[in-house]
Ligand binder design. Structure first.
Ligand SMILES: *[C@@H]1O[C@H](CO)[C@@H](O)[C@H](O)[C@H]1NC(C)=O
Ligand SMILES: *[C@@H]1O[C@H](CO)[C@@H](O)[C@H](O)[C@H]1NC(C)=O
Ligand SMILES: *[C@@H]1O[C@H](CO)[C@@H](O)[C@H](O)[C@H]1NC(C)=O
Length: 455
């Protein structure tokens, strides 16, 4: 592995808040964002640990502060989770651990602050406060009822049990008042934010990210540009026009989007290159052309085929196959560079409502990889076929995805991950160079967290 982003401080983000306040959602989002940036991050969930220790499907009496055995077991779960987290920092070079727990008392926070500080870990509390009853109720319905705690229970009974559980916590809940701690309070999901004693660059990145989050339901659409003249010739980069089939896709796209979106408004982002602008041409929505969305810069290889690259720069070709995420084209960019160039786009994207991004293969891979939680190594191999609209619906723990393939053939520009160190040149990469009808599009990647293995 090449350069790793190095942040010397280790940070523990400790979630604070009553149940159903979006703590787990926030934990997952922060984890995904930092992982995408290449920072070793992991969520430690006390609830999961409690279920392991005591079994799921405990009813609310277990959470009663006067239930001595319940108390003891929950404390054990909290400690066990903390011990696992400490072990992870030491044994797996952890940088940001996220401690996702419910008990929010001064005493518990002091215990965490003291224990972690002793280990030279900076503690950053993230409190989510939500006074909007409707939001809380919606969260209970959406998230909690699908939780393993309530798997076998009748939904109505589950809601009332969960509300009773919240009441048990509310009786003990203490909002953060410790002015010497480093914390952020998110009130009613971002309508008010209070920040106290933030230390250092990484914490301030997390704050900035949290300030951009919202939890209103929305859809994120992505599409590559229609097939371009360069795609037909198997050439890299450039600023080519669409091919006739690409233009056909541009004409069909508004209908496909409208069918999925209904009459709702949409914002469209494209790159500043002709092929994405032409693809978005017929979309009747507000459009922004953003330089940060331009395709990965292939440097001296711009305008060459993969065959020519192999001939002219055989060493580079092999190095790219070795470590595609970190390989930087001479005079151009690596996937790692692109991820960093896209970070402001991610921040902005988190703020948006329904949106469509018309982009390029590498760009869509990076954005899709962020939402779908791909690791860096697999990210450059995600299959993003041409003439396909991707729909992502963010949920609490994951993103739901759908691929809508337009019925217009296109070349396949996917180059699979080499299985040997030095693979023979893959004909798929230059398929269609004669403008022939290409092979059928590959199936979309599965929704698992690992990349589809292409062979
Ligand atoms: C304490 O919790 C246990 C486990 O859920 C339960 O069986 C028991 O009835 C509870 N005791 C009281 C006093 O609520
Ligand atoms: C937490 O667990 C550790 C290791 O098992 C133990 O040494 C420590 O006393 C426990 N702390 C509390 C507060 O239970
Ligand atoms: C929360 O933690 C504190 C301190 O560890 C403990 O005294 C209290 O009983 C816990 N409350 C609940 C509801 O678990």
């Amino acid at each position: 592995m090449a350069t790793k982003m190095s942040f010397s401080p280790r940070i523990a983000c400790v979630m604070v808040g009553l149940p159903a306040r979006g703590k787990t959602y926030i934990s997952q989002k922060v984890c995904r964002y930092l992982t995408w940036l290449g920072i070793n991050t992991k969520v430690f969930n006390v609830g999961n640990c409690r279920r392991e220790l005591c079994g799921a499907q405990q009813d609310h009496s277990f959470f009663d502060p006067n239930n001595v055995s319940g108390q003891k077991q929950r404390k054990e779960a909290a400690n066990m989770t903390l011990q696992q987290m400490l072990k992870w920092y030491d044994e797996e070079d952890g940088v940001v651990g996220i401690y996702d727990a419910t008990n929010s008392t001064l005493e518990r926070r002091k215990w965490l602050q003291d224990t972690l500080t002793q280990q030279d870990i900076q503690v950053f509390f993230i409190e989510s406060i939500c006074e909007d009853e409707a939001l809380v109720a919606a969260n209970i319905k959406d998230v909690k009822l699908s939780s393993p705690d309530y798997k076998l229970m009748d939904p109505e009974k589950a809601v009332s049990d969960f509300q009773a559980r919240i009441a048990q916590y509310t009786s003990q809940y203490q909002t953060i008042v410790e002015q010497d701690y480093s914390y952020i309070k998110l009130i009613n999901v971002g309508s008010q934010v209070i920040v106290n004693m933030v230390k250092g660059y990484l914490e301030s990145r997390i704050v900035y990210y949290l300030m951009n989050l919202h939890i209103r339901g929305r859809k994120i659409y992505m599409s590559r540009h229609g097939e371009s003249m360069f795609n037909l010739k198997g050439l890299l980069g450039g600023d080519a026009d669409l091919s006739p089939r690409g233009r056909l896709y541009a004409e069909m796209l508004p209908g496909i989007v409208k069918e999925k979106l209904g009459g709702k408004e949409l914002v469209v982002w494209t790159s500043t290159l002709k092929r994405t602008i032409q693809t978005s041409e017929h979309l009747p929505y507000l459009k922004q052309h953003r330089k940060a969305l331009d395709e990965l810069d292939a440097g001296v290889c711009d305008g060459l085929t993969y065959e020519q690259v192999e001939e002219k720069y055989p060493e580079d070709f092999a190095r790219r196959d070795d470590d595609k995420f970190n390989y930087r084209y001479r005079g151009g960019e690596s996937y790692r560079d692109v991820v960093h160039r896209l970070e402001p786009i991610i921040m902005d994207l988190e703020r948006q409502e329904d949106i469509l991004i018309v982009g390029h293969q590498a760009i869509i891979r990076c954005l899709y990889g962020y939402f779908m939680n791909y690791n860096q190594e697999d990210l450059p191999y995600i299959k993003i076929p041409l003439h396909t609209l991707i729909e992502l619906t963010p949920k609490a723990y994951y993103c739901e995805e759908k691929f809508y393939k337009a019925d217009i053939p296109a070349v396949d520009t996917h180059r699979p991950k080499p299985t040997e160190r030095r693979p023979p040149i893959n004909t798929q990469a230059v398929l269609g160079s004669g403008g022939e009808v290409p092979s059928p599009l590959l199936p979309p990647p599965s929704s698992t967290l690992s990349a589809p293995s292409s062979s």
